[in-house]
Design a protein around this ligand. Structure first.
Ligand code: PNS
Length: 168
């Protein structure tokens, strides 16, 4: 039977419980799951360096034997093919995600028709959660324990302290 290798791409700036929920679901469905962190220059400066994001993801996904973490630059489809992967995994939290995800999936298919995108739903309790909102809460000194693992919370606190972003 064909081995299914899936790539779960994203910015993961930083990884949240929503990402981890999807990674766990993906690890049960696919033979191998590669979490691929985009350097993402088009989004401007990320809060965490690629290596920092990778380190946090590696620590958080060590419990799943078929999950690995990697970084990539350039076109996602090229990265997918370089890994001999068959599938791109993306999460859809709400209808609002759908338009962008549809555009991205269809564009990736246009760029290379061998690349299939599979969407999965994270648990409803994470449907409001995003890295962007987590970063904002961290900058404003709000609680983070419900949204990210302890290690990520610590790194966020250190990061915003270093950038002088914490209020109060
Ligand atoms: O977590 P994000 O920011 O929603 O992830 C978006 C990401 C990194 C998956 C997307 O921007 C991407 O695939 N970037 C790589 C460059 C690329 O291939 N762009 C064309 C895709 S349509």
């Amino acid at each position: 039977m064909k081995k299914i290798v899936a790539i779960y791409p994203g910015s993961f700036d930083p990884v949240t419980f929503g990402h981890l929920d999807l990674i766990e679901r993906g690890s049960k469905l696919f033979d191998e799951l590669i979490v691929a962190i985009a350097r993402n220059p088009e989004k401007g400066t990320a809060l965490f360096e690629l290596e920092e994001r990778k380190e946090m993801l590696q620590a958080m996904t060590a419990r799943w034997g078929n999950v690995s973490v990697d970084g990539f630059e350039g076109l996602l489809v090229n990265y997918v093919l370089s890994k001999n992967a068959n599938v791109v995994l993306r999460g859809i939290r709400a209808v609002s995600d759908y338009e962008f995800e549809l555009q991205m999936a269809l564009m990736n298919r246009k760029l290379d028709k061998r690349v299939e995108t599979i969407f999965m739903l994270p648990a409803e309790k994470y449907s409001y959660l995003s890295s962007r909102i987590v970063r904002e809460i961290a900058h404003l000194g709000g609680p983070l324990g419900c949204f990210v693992p302890e290690l990520v919370e610590q790194r966020l606190r250190e990061k915003v302290k270093g950038s002088g972003g914490t209020k109060g």
